[in-house]
Design a binder for this molecule. Structure first.
Ligand code: TXA
Ligand code: MG
Length: 334
């Protein structure tokens, strides 16, 4: 049975007041950020944190990101912040990046799944920052999807996953980046990439003046038995290399023999190489930024209409590598 009548409200003074009252009372509010919608709670409130895990169906050892309205507040939740971490904080926050630091003891361990670290992010989205600031506490927020579903990039995606489970969604429109933040561990001497996302690795490298360690994240991508399923549409998705028309042809032929409705998804240019096959086509736009913006929404649209998605890998430039990592994860669970 539904626990709430979920309200969807535009971002204005009145809805921000309502949202901050809900947070202060121990409740959850979904809100737009520039990356994806988040499901927010008071980071100091153990019961509200437990509710996040319950509502999402998320394993309790998968840690949450704490959101702040200003980078200057990082010292409120983290300690022993290195010079390299400061460089990243100053240059890239607010923005679609999350840094893993040492957690201050007054924050509940539950927020980071029992770890002594804490992931911190300052969203670029003005509405998000006004909301967080109105709450007066750091806001713990995972993406506002049901665990294993693609992350929500519009309020209607949140409704589709969480209707009746939370009291309020602050509808700020469509997310501009469309992929979750890049996560880096900045506790040690090296900057270690934990998740690709809205900030390209090359951007971080130009800020710190040296290479980011990417071994951990690429290992995760090659091993399909990752601990948590992610980003997955409800129908099979296969990733093919750019320009590999013959691979696409083979898959389409096999599927049409079995009468499985198939769609080929890729950027405009890559789709041109695959024209004339017995399948439908879905464009992710002209470049990697457009593809990042559209990817999760596309998965939610296409899984309803088709029985099979063939995704053409993007070039690794710009946000291409981040988009590809999501495609690999969506494919890995088959
Ligand atoms: O863009 C985003 O990051 C969005 C918006 C809402 O801010 N949030 C988001 O949260 O994607 P979530 O919970 O879906 O993903 C958080 C990621 C997970 O991969 C989690 O394992 C990692 O960050 N993470 C969080 N805290 C961590 C920690 N202390 N150490 C290592 N990884 C951590
Ligand atoms: Mg998530």
């Amino acid at each position: 049975m539904a626990k709430f009548v979920t309200e969807v409200k535009g971002v204005n003074n009145e809805s921000i007041k309502l949202a901050s009252d809900i947070i202060k009372g121990g409740g959850l509010v979904a809100f737009k950020t520039e990356t994806v919608y988040g499901l927010g709670a008071n980071a100091y409130d153990e019961a509200a944190l437990a509710e996040i895990y319950q509502v999402k169906g998320r394993p309790s050892d998968n840690p949450l990101i704490v959101h702040l309205s200003r980078a200057a507040e990082v010292d409120r939740v983290a300690r022993d912040i290195s010079d390299t971490a400061r460089l990243i904080l100053n240059a890239l926050m607010p923005g679609p990046i999350t840094v893993v630091l040492n957690r201050k003891d007054d924050l509940p361990a539950r927020v980071s799944g029992g770890r002594d670290s804490i992931a911190v992010r300052v969203p670029l989205d003005m509405g998000a920052r006004i909301f967080i600031s109105a709450c007066g506490v750091p806001i713990a927020a995972p993406s506002a999807n049901t665990s294993t579903r693609p992350s929500p990039t519009s309020a209607k995606h949140v409704v589709s996953d969480l209707n009746g489970k939370i009291p309020l969604i602050l509808d700020g429109g469509e997310c501009e980046v469309g992929l979750e933040s890049t996560v880096v561990d900045v506790r040690g001497d090296e900057v270690i990439l934990l998740r690709r996302g809205g900030v390209a690795v090359s951007e971080i490298e130009s800020v710190i003046g040296r290479a980011v360690i990417t071994d951990c994240v690429s290992k995760e991508v090659v091993s399909p038995g990752t601990k948590y399923r992610h980003y997955a549409p409800s129908v099979p998705l296969v990733v093919v290399g750019r320009g590999d028309r013959s691979a696409v042809e083979r898959i389409v032929a096999t599927n049409s023999a079995k009468a499985i409705p198939t769609v080929i998804m890729g950027t405009d240019n890559d789709l041109k190489d695959c024209q004339g096959l017995a399948a439908d086509y879905y464009s992710l736009g002209a470049d990697s930024a457009a593809a990042a913006r559209r990817l999760f929404g596309a998965m939610r649209i296409l899984e309803v209409k088709y029985g099979f998605i063939v995704a053409i890998r993007l070039s690794d430039e710009g946000l291409g590598a981040s988009v590809n990592s999501r495609l690999d994860k969506a494919a890995a669970i088959m």
